[in-house]
Design a protein around this ligand. Structure first.
Ligand code: HEC
Length: 403
């Protein structure tokens, strides 16, 4: 997961993340250790799995541990248990969850999308503690208030993201495609876009740490735009899950303070629907508001088809998207931009090596891996579209020799 979005849900392509906090109805109380009947287990540390380099969510830096790690610390304290960490990069997506959480290297993973579709029933969830989603980022001024507020504007959207699909059907909005939330913020800063419709938590963090809080950030919600974030456990950990659920309401005030500390956007999300924004009603999870959600999904599908139909522009975008995945996930073995002096793993030689079988070899190898040779299988991590993008990128770097 470098589920930065992609999250887990969206792969990082890590574009995932959080946006508004779920409004907890319960008044928060002081955090106090809970007396547990399981004295033996109470002595055992709570083992938290987290990405060492994924701020604002988590980091292995003690001075700036991140939103999820600090929630984990408050949680362990409320459970009366010490805490330990299992650090693991999240950009392996579901594979990360399989290796760490389901591999019993840790007891809990904070910030998973609370959805049966996400590795259920192997993974079970706590109640949601926050909402993560895309947000509208713009210079401070009147609220944009939803899709109609984007009319006539230049809007930065990330390649292959829900906002891009959502806006593809609007000829009154000019899209500026970017490859990351960072680039979206830069587009705003450089005057290339009026609004960035990008992953909220990352936008909030960048706004706070790199842009002096210059921009206002409005959360959005709707199918594919936001998720409830929860704590994930292996399905055998129902007892721990229930104990966590029992103390979560006490932690709500702390969670709210941490959201502010890490710059996560707050406030009532703007709901996006087929007819533009409908007034934000109750703050609900992805399961509700189904009707609006369905429409949005349909729009997204139609939009996606249209995008594919446009042959020229997406090619460059596919290469860019593939390169980003490659450099995020494949580069630490195959070299940045596929530059690698060791011939055996130099992917610039694929054509030279396989000729007409190049695509087939690529496809089989990335799907199934070569486990005995140290090449992981990626079929659970990336979609076929993402493999196509990686392939498009690799096509641009083929050469006859690597000396
Ligand atoms: C943990 C290290 C590692 C990572 C990460 C990794 N690979 Fe590999 N990959 C290997 C090794 C080692 C081989 C060579 C296997 C062999 O000797 O047959 C290989 C082989 C390949 C081959 C076949 C090369 C050939 O000439 O036969 C392809 C294609 C490939 N990798 C693509 C990828 C892509 C795409 C990614 C990212 C999604 C990736 N790899 C990530 C280690 C890795």
């Amino acid at each position: 997961m470098r589920m930065r979005p992609n999250h887990l849900g969206s792969g990082k392509t890590r574009n995932r993340s959080i946006a508004g906090l779920v409004a907890w109805a319960a008044a928060s109380a002081m955090v106090a250790p809970v007396i547990t009947a399981h004295a033996d287990e109470a002595q055992q540390p709570l083992r938290l799995c987290a990405d060492p380099t994924n701020l604002p969510f988590s980091s292995d830096s003690p001075s700036q541990p991140g939103f999820y790690v600090e929630i984990g610390q408050a949680l362990a304290q409320a459970l009366g248990r010490p805490i330990t960490y299992d650090w693991y990069k999240s950009y392996f997506g579901k594979r990360t969850v399989r290796v760490t959480l389901l591999g019993k290297q840790c007891d809990a993973m904070i910030g998973l999308p609370r959805s049966e579709d996400f590795m259920g029933p192997a993974v079970i969830f706590s109640s949601p503690f926050a909402k993560e989603g895309y947000a509208l980022v713009a210079a401070k001024g009147p609220a944009l208030g939803g899709i109609d507020g984007l009319r006539g504007k230049r809007v930065a959207v990330q390649y292959a993201s829900t906002p891009q699909n959502l806006l593809a059907s609007r000829d009154d909005v000019q899209m500026v495609t970017v490859l990351s939330p960072e680039e979206g913020m830069q587009a705003l800063d450089q005057g290339k876009a009026d609004v960035a419709f990008i992953w909220g938590p990352v936008a909030g963090w960048l706004n706070k740490t790199g842009y002096n809080d210059r921009y206002q950030i409005e959360l959005t919600e709707g199918e594919g735009l936001s998720w409830d974030a929860a704590i994930g456990f292996a399905k055998t950990s129902t007892e721990l899950r229930d104990r966590v659920d029992a103390v979560l309401p006490q932690l709500q005030r702390t969670i709210g303070e941490l959201a502010v500390k890490y710059g996560l956007p707050s406030g009532k999300p703007v709901r996006f629907g087929v007819n533009g924004a409908v007034p934000a009603g109750t703050t609900t999870g992805m399961g509700s508001g189904a009707q609006t959600g369905v429409h949005v999904t349909e729009i997204a599908k139609v939009a996606a088809t249209e995008i594919k139909g446009d042959a020229a522009a997406p090619a460059a975008e596919a290469v860019g998207a593939g390169k980003e995945i490659f450099n995020g996930t494949c580069a630490h073995c195959h070299g940045p931009d596929a530059i690698q002096s060791e011939r055996k793993i130099d992917l610039r030689l694929l054509r030279h090596r396989y000729g007409d079988d190049m695509r087939q070899t690529f496809w089989t190898t990335v799907h199934e891996g070569r486990p005995t040779k140290g090449m992981p299988a990626w079929k659970e991590v990336f979609t076929d579209d993402q493999f196509d993008n990686i392939y498009s990128f690799l096509l641009t770097v083929q050469t006859e020799s690597n000396d």
